[in-house]
Ligand binder design. Structure first.
Ligand code: GLA
Length: 395
C-alpha cells in the first residue's frame, strides 16, 4: 500500500465509522512548497510554488436517507477524537461559523460556493490528510481545495481550478480570519506533475515550469512550529497595502525599483523595507524559473540566498534559529543549489532547490544544527512534485 492508498483507506474507514455506510467517491488535493515569490501573492505579483506529494483526501457519499432538512455533515480524522471532529449544519440560509478552525474551513467553502450562486447538494464527507499542520506546507489550502472539489463534483458544478482556489481562499479570509493570498490554493488546485507553477496572482494565469531532472526540491522542517502567524501575517499584508497606497498604486506589483529608491527617506522606514522585499522578490521569480528549468544550480544558490536575506532583514519573518540553519545548509551546498525560508515564516520550513546528489550535504548541515541546538530537531524530506486537485474515481 502506498502513501495515498493508506490515506484513502483511512478516509474510508472514518466515513464508515461516522456514518455506518460506505463512501461513494474520493477526491484529493495536495499541499505545496513555494520556491520563490514569498509574500508576493497578496501584492498581485508572480510566484512559483510546487505541489508536493502530501495530500488531503475527501471521502464523500449521499446524505442520510431519513434527513428531514438539507444538511451537510463532515468528519475530520486528523482533528482530535471523533466526537469533537464532527460537524453538521443546515444548507438552507446563512451558514453560521463553526466551533473551530477545521469546521470553518468546511463551512466557509460551502458558504463561498453559495455566494457564487451555486447550489450545494446535501452530502456527508470524511477528511483525512498527511500534509503536516503548521509547518508552512499549506495543509489548510489542501483541505479547502479538496473539500471544494468534492462538493463541486458531487453537486455537478464542475468548477475550474481557479474557481476552486478562490473559493478556498474566501473561506480562509472570511471564515477562518486569515488574510492569505491566492498562491497556496492555486498551487493545490492547478499544479502539474513534475513542474512548478508560475502563477500571476493578478490574472491567475499559470505556466507550468518543468523541474530539471538533476534537481530535487527538499523541504527542511525547522521543527519550530509557527506562532502568532495570523496576526503577524495580517500585519505584513496591511503594511504592504499601506506602502502601495503611499505610491498611489493598486498593489506593490505596480511599483518599480526606481520609484521605490526615490522614496527612501520619505516613506516610513518599515514600509520602505517591506516594499523593497516585495519589489526585489518579484525580480527573482524569472531567474529562478529559468534556473529550475535548465538545472542551473549556481543561480539557484545565489538568488535563493538573496531571497532569504530579504525575508529575514527587510520583511522580518525569519527567526535567529532559522537563519542559523539556512546558513549551515547554504555553506554545505555551495554552488550545488540554494536554500531559503519558505511560506509565511515565523517558524515552519526552509526549502532547498539543489542538485539531487547534494542531499547528503543538506543532511550533514542539519546534523550539525541539531547537534548544537535545543528544542525540536530539524529534519529534511525530498518531495515529488505531483499534480493538483483531482477526483480519485468511484470506489
Ligand atoms: C501563506 C499565505 C500565502 C502567501 C504566503 C507567503 O502561505 O497563505 O497566501 O502569502 O504565506 O508567501
Amino acid at each position: 500500500m502506498d502513501r495515498r492508498d493508506r490515506l484513502i483507506a483511512r478516509a474510508r474507514q472514518g466515513y464508515r465509522l461516522a456514518y455506518g455506510v460506505e463512501p461513494t467517491r474520493f477526491f484529493a488535493a495536495p499541499g505545496r512548497v513555494n520556491l520563490i515569490g514569498e509574500h508576493v501573492d497578496y501584492n498581485d505579483g508572480y510566484v512559483l510554488p510546487c505541489a508536493i506529494d502530501r495530500e488531503t483526501i475527501v471521502a464523500l457519499g449521499p446524505p442520510a436517507k431519513d434527513a428531514a432538512v438539507p444538511r451537510f455533515e463532515a468528519v475530520a480524522l486528523d482533528m482530535g477524537d471523533m466526537a469533537s471532529a464532527r460537524d453538521a449544519f443546515d444548507l438552507a440560509g446563512k451558514i453560521p461559523p463553526g466551533e473551530n478552525n477545521w469546521q470553518n474551513h468546511v463551512r466557509g467553502v460551502v458558504q463561498a460556493i453559495g455566494r457564487y450562486g451555486h447550489r450545494v447538494k446535501p452530502a456527508r464527507i470524511a477528511i483525512a490528510g498527511d500534509v503536516p499542520i503548521g509547518a508552512g506546507l499549506s495543509s489548510s489550502a489542501a483541505f479547502g481545495v479538496a473539500v471544494g472539489l468534492a462538493i463541486s463534483e458531487y453537486s455537478g458544478l464542475g468548477l475550474a481550478p481557479e474557481m476552486l482556489a478562490k473559493i478556498a481562499q474566501i473561506a480562509e479570509n472570511d471564515f477562518v480570519g486569515c488574510a492569505c493570498g491566492i498562491m497556496d490554493q492555486m498551487a493545490s488546485a492547478a499544479s502539474v506533475e513534475g513542474h512548478a507553477l508560475l502563477l500571476d496572482c493578478r490574472t491567475l494565469q499559470t505556466l507550468p515550469i518543468p523541474i530539471h531532472p538533476s534537481l530535487a526540491v527538499t523541504v527542511i522542517d525547522t521543527g519550530i512550529r509557527r506562532s502568532l502567524t495570523e496576526s503577524a501575517f495580517n500585519q505584513r499584508r496591511a503594511e504592504c497595502e499601506a506602502a502601495a497606497q503611499h505610491f498611489g498604486l493598486k498593489a506593490l506589483r505596480d511599483l518599480d525599483a526606481g520609484a521605490l529608491a526615490a522614496a527612501e527617506g520619505r516613506l516610513d522606514p518599515v514600509l520602505f523595507r517591506r516594499a523593497r522585499h516585495v519589489v526585489g522578490e518579484m525580480e527573482r521569480v524569472e531567474p529562478i524559473a529559468t534556473a529550475l528549468a535548465t538545472g542551473d544550480a549556481a543561480t539557484l544558490a545565489a538568488v535563493l540566498h538573496e531571497a532569504h536575506v530579504s525575508l529575514s532583514e527587510d520583511f522580518e519573518v525569519s527567526l535567529p534559529a532559522i537563519d542559523r540553519l539556512a546558513a549551515l545548509v547554504r555553506e554545505g551546498l555551495g554552488e550545488a543549489g540554494g536554500v531559503r525560508l519558505t511560506g509565511a515564516g515565523f517558524g515552519g520550513c526552509l526549502v532547498a532547490v539543489a542538485r539531487r546528489d547534494a542531499r547528503p550535504a543538506i543532511d550533514a548541515a542539519i546534523a550539525r544544527y541539531n547537534a548544537a541546538g535545543s528544542g525540536l530537531p530539524a529534519s529534511a524530506e525530498t518531495f515529488k512534485p505531483i499534480s493538483g486537485a483531482a477526483p480519485i474515481g468511484a470506489s
